[in-house]
Design a protein around this ligand. Sequence first.
Ligand code: PGA
Length: 249
Amino acid sequence: MGKIIIANWKMNPKSIKEARGILKETLKEIKQTKGIEVVICLPFPFLSIVNGLKSKKITFGAQNIFPEPKGAFTGEVSLPMIQSLGAKYVILGHSERRKLGETNKIINKKVLATLKAKLTPILCIGESKRDEDGFYLAFLKHQLIECLTHVPRTQIKNIIIAYEPLWAIGGKARHIATEDEFTEIQIFIKKVISDLYDIKIASSIRVAYGGSVHPLNADNFILGGADGLLIGRDSLKPKKFGKIIRSIE
Ligand code: PGA
């Protein structure tokens, strides 16, 4: 399977006009690229501008959903709604949502609902800091086990796991993650999946990296074994985003 590059626009940009502009520039940047799946996860209102867009280069996704298909849930957005706008992916369990109170249990419900709706969950996990005793590994294992509860073995391969260490997101970090730090966790994630399911499933599950990915470090993570990248800030800058994609092509 080819590499997957996921753009997480977060709560940006400010207007539909700007969103159209970024999208248009992004399409221009990636016109010549081959063999890489580009997924743009936009804020809900902007999903409507991509509805009907006939690009074979980009697929779209959301950054959250509500697990119920319809009903009295004021302010929420359902899977059938985003599906009707052409979304194929959903980022779930992003640390910025966890900070707003989303627990592993809630994320698990969303993962199960997303799989049921036949969309692809991009499940984010990540520790806030690393300690010498390796407690962060137990923390990540716990996140995985809880978020994947009741996911059947026939479905697990449809999930993309994104490892996003909180200390590396947003470029505020004193140090940016290295490819070795990613590789360690990728092996660890596969070990946990192997214990939960089996080794064949573990070897086929895709693990992406996210956290301050930019044009100069993107290929390191791919060389370190990442099946994909989740990109925040630089996904809103089409030139940089294009550079990232070309660097791993
Ligand atoms: P960043 O964000 O690339 O701006 O660090 C990544 C993310 O939060 O998904």
